[in-house]
Write a protein that binds this ligand. Structure first.
Ligand SMILES: Cc1cc2nc3c(=O)[nH]c(=O)nc-3n(C[C@H](O)[C@H](O)[C@H](O)COP(=O)(O)OP(=O)(O)OC[C@H]3O[C@@H](n4cnc5c(N)ncnc54)[C@H](O)[C@@H]3O)c2cc1C
Length: 288
C-alpha cells in the first residue's frame, strides 16, 4: 500500500502562509472577501487516537468563536483509526471500518478553515525558536501552538540476534497487519510464533490463528502463566488452560537467546536460553 496523500500542503513563503489556498498575510484572513483576525494555528503531530480526541474537543470548544485552525500531521497513510480494534481488521480487511471519523468529517472542517491534514508525512524536526516543524515531504509548517500526540512504538528486542530477519513482525499498525498477512499467504502451513503472554501477545496470536495460513501457532512467554501483569497465578493459569484449549501451544518460562535464520536472513526458528529450539517461519514480538 503506497497511497501518498499530503492534503493541503502548507508552505511558508516570505511570511505568507498558504493553507488550502487560504492566504494569511499579516495576521489577516481574507477568505470570502471578509477580513477577520488570523486564527491561532495549532499543529498536531501524530494522527492517532489521542490526536483525534484532542481535535474533537477543540472543535467543540471553538465551534462558535472559530479562533483556532488545526493542522494535523500523521506519518501513517490512513486517517485516524481505532488501534484498539486493530485485530478486527483480519475479519473485514477494510481500513475505513476502523476510522474514528469518516473522511467527510475532515473535509467539512477543511471547508470552514478549521482543519487540514497531512498523511504519509513524518515530522522530522521541531524548531521552537522559529515556531515551525519540518516534515519528511520537505514542508516547513509554522505553528502558534504545537501538540505532540505521537503515541509509542512497538518494541523489537534489538539486542537479540535475528530480530531484523524476514519473518519478524510487530503488532501495532495497519501496515504491520498487511505485512503479516502477505507473509502468511506466501508461507502457508508453516509455524507462527507470538512472543509475549500479555494482552497484546494474545491478540497477536489470535490474529495469526485467524489468518488460517499457519499450521500451528505458539505463544512464548517468560512468566509462569499468561497475563501475568493483570492476573494472579490461579487466574493466569486458567487463561493458559483456556488458550491451550483453543488449540494453541503455550510455552512458559522461556527466554529467547536468538532468532534462527538461514542464509537469506529468513526466520527458521527460535533458540531459547535453555538450549531448546522450536521451528517457525514467523515471529511476532509483542513485548515491552
Ligand atoms: C492491537 C492493540 C490492541 C490494543 N488494545 C487496547 C485496549 O484494549 N485498551 C487500551 O486502553 N489500549 C489498547 N491499546 C493501546 C492503544 O491503542 C494506545 O494506547 C493508543 O492507540 C494510544 O493513542 P495515541 O494517539 O497516543 O498513539 P497512536 O494511536 O500510536 O497514534 C500516534 C500516531 O502518531 C504517529 N507519529 C508518531 N511519530 C510521528 C511523527 N514524528 N510525525 C508524524 N506522525 C507521527 C504514529 O505513526 C501514529 O499514527 C492497544 C494497542 C494495540 C496495538
Amino acid at each position: 500500500m503506497s497511497m501518498v496523500e499530503s492534503n493541503s500542503v502548507t508552505n511558508k513563503v516570505d511570511g505568507v502562509n498558504s493553507v488550502n489556498g487560504v492566504m494569511s498575510i499579516d495576521g489577516v484572513d481574507s477568505r470570502n472577501g471578509f477580513n477577520r483576525p488570523r486564527r491561532t494555528r495549532i499543529v498536531v503531530v501524530g494522527l492517532g487516537m489521542v490526536a483525534m480526541s484532542f481535535m474533537e474537543k477543540m472543535m467543540k470548544l471553538d465551534a462558535k468563536r472559530r479562533e483556532y485552525s488545526i493542522i494535523v500531521i500523521g506519518e501513517e497513510p490512513h486517517l485516524a483509526y481505532n488501534r484498539v480494534g486493530l485485530s478486527t481488521f483480519f475479519e473485514h480487511r477494510v481500513v475505513e471500518n476502523l476510522y474514528l471519523n469518516p473522511r467527510e468529517w475532515y473535509s467539512s472542517l477543511e471547508d470552514d478553515g478549521s482543519l487540514s491534514y497531512h498523511l504519509n508525512t513524518r515530522v522530522t524536526e521541531i524548531v521552537p525558536a522559529a515556531k515551525h516543524v519540518a516534515t519528511s515531504t520537505g514542508d516547513i509548517i509554522t505553528y502558534d501552538v504545537l501538540v505532540l500526540a505521537t503515541g509509542s512504538d512497538a518494541v523489537l528486542p534489538t539486542a537479540t540476534s535475528g530480530h531484523d530477519a524476514r519473518g519478524v513482525f510487530v503488532y501495532r499498525t495497519i501496515a504491520d497487519l498487511d505485512n503479516m498477512m502477505q507473509f502468511a499467504n506466501e508461507h502457508k502451513s508453516t509455524v507462527g510464533i507470538a512472543v509475549g503472554g500479555g494482552l497484546l501477545g494474545l491478540e497477536a496470536a489470535k490474529a495469526m490463528v485467524d489468518l488460517e495460513c499457519f499450521s500451528s501457532v505458539k505463544v512464548i512467554d517468560r512468566n509462569d502463566y499468561l497475563l501475568a501483569r493483570q492476573l494472579d497465578a490461579d487466574a493466569g493459569r486458567l487463561v493458559t488452560d483456556g488458550v491451550r484449549a483453543l488449540g494453541l501451544e503455550v510455552l512458559h518460562n522461556k527466554h529467547i537467546a536468538f532468532v534462527n535464520t538461514n542464509a537469506s536472513n529468513s526466520v527458521t526458528g527460535i533458540t531459547f536460553e535453555d538450549g531448546e529450539r522450536v521451528e517457525c517461519s514467523a515471529v511476532c514480538f509483542a513485548v515491552r
